[in-house]
Design a protein around this ligand. Structure first.
Ligand code: PLP
Length: 385
């Protein structure tokens, strides 16, 4: 089956009611016929659901779809993207281990790597995601894993997935990629050697800003370890959220194509605008890693960033002038969302650190929605005016 078909046709079995759309299974636990059966399930001698922190049919449907769409053997759902990322670290890293992480990481991932992991005795080295040759000097005897995201949030930095795949193979490192911005429709890191693919399903996978969710995709062997961590620590996805996300996956391909159409058109419009210094879009020729983005991403994605000529003051002013676009912390929604990281989400970081994350003072991030492109352009045009 092709991507679009798998996203729709993979579903849990019908119940006795023969429903067409899959039902939700909002239950904390499952009942047994006898003490013997209960014993067999707990001993792992019989397959079946026991308790929804461990497994649930709605959650399993979402996991099976995610594994099929990422091309991995298995997947484990988590309560949010950060729960999935943290589980992908904790399932494989222990005190004394070392992690190589791309410097171009989403803020919370950056904080987990640079603050939470060191508290657990796990050290890290942040590397330049565009200079993979320099990573050799970061490898230590105790290095276990490489973690990166491409395109990155909010800088839209592209990392060469194939080159990192070779690097990880050479040094026998677990290769972990956050694929949130591209989604499995535009990019499959497994094809380039990734062992683990993490997702914040809260973004384009849900696509309508309704629920939090996450997933880790990988081999059966790797997912068994992630499963054990999530089952024990309780970062499990709720059946309701899993059901919403599973339904969302059915329309992911068509939604992503429209996000990309609108984002391409907006990037072209902004490129010509006199108040814009620079635009950033992975499939626009002006992107510094355009050639790599073209090789590893089917299309450029739903996020465009641009640099306003007036810096911080202009950034804040722009946010206050948009009428239709939403000012909110999320992205990947059907609604177009604008944000100005330097005065909001990243305002507490010193400018030097902001710049190291490619967050300039005038940077505006647009998560381009599914409204008509003329309305998106008109709103941004009048705000720029
Ligand atoms: N990874 C990336 C690239 C993100 O942009 C986000 C959230 O913005 C996350 C992970 C975390 O996802 P969640 O908010 O679902 O925990």
């Amino acid at each position: 089956m092709k991507f679009e078909t798998k996203a729709i046709r993979i579903q849990t079995e019908n119940s006795q009611h023969r429903e067409h759309s899959t039902p939700i299974y909002p239950t904390s636990s499952f009942v047994y016929d006898s003490a013997e059966q209960m014993g067999r399930l707990f001993a792992g001698e019989e397959k079946g659901n026991i308790y929804s922190r461990f497994s649930n049919p709605s959650v399993r449907e979402f996991e099976e779809k995610m594994a099929a769409l990422e091309g991995t053997e298995n997947a484990m759902a988590a309560a949010s993207g950060m729960a999935a990322i943290f589980a992908s670290f904790m399932a494989f890293l222990k005190e004394g281990d070392h992690l190589i992480a791309s410097g171009a990481l989403f803020g919370s991932s950056w904080q987990v790597v640079s603050d939470t992991l060191p508290k657990l005795g796990i050290s890290y080295t942040m590397v330049d995601s565009q200079d993979i040759d320099s990573w050799e000097s970061a490898v230590q005897e105790n290095t276990k894993m490489v973690f990166l995201e491409t395109p990155s949030n909010p800088g839209l930095t592209i990392t060469d997935l194939k080159a990192v795949g070779k690097f990880c193979k050479k040094h026998k490192l677990i290769y972990n990629v956050d694929n949130c911005f591209a989604t499995p429709y535009l990019q499959n890191p497994k094809k380039f050697g990734a062992d683990l693919v993490t997702h914040s399903a809260t973004k384009f996978i849900d696509g309508q800003g309704r629920v939090l969710g996450g997933a880790v995709c990988g081999s059966n062997e790797h997912i068994a370890k992630v499963y054990a961590f999530i089952r024990r620590t309780g970062a499990s996805l709720s059946p309701f959220n899993a059901w919403v996300l599973s339904k969302s996956l059915e329309t992911l391909a068509v939604r992503m194509d429209r996000h990309c159409d609108n984002a391409e058109a907006l990037a072209k419009f902004l490129k010509r605008h006199p108040k814009v210094n620079k635009i950033n879009y992975p499939h626009h020729k002006s992107h510094t890693q355009y050639a790599i983005a073209k090789k590893q991403m089917k299309r450029g994605g739903g996020v465009v960033t641009f640099e306003l000529k007036g810096g911080l003051r202009a950034g804040k002013k722009f946010l206050n002038k948009v009428k239709m676009c939403s000012l909110t912390a999320n992205l990947g929604d059907s609604r177009t969302i604008v944000s100005h990281p330097a005065s909001t989400t990243h305002a507490k970081l010193p400018q030097k650190e902001r710049l190291s994350l490619d967050i300039t003072n005038g940077l505006i991030r647009v998560s381009v929605g599914l409204e008509h492109i003329d309305d998106i352009k008109n709103d941004i045009k009048q705000a720029l005016g």
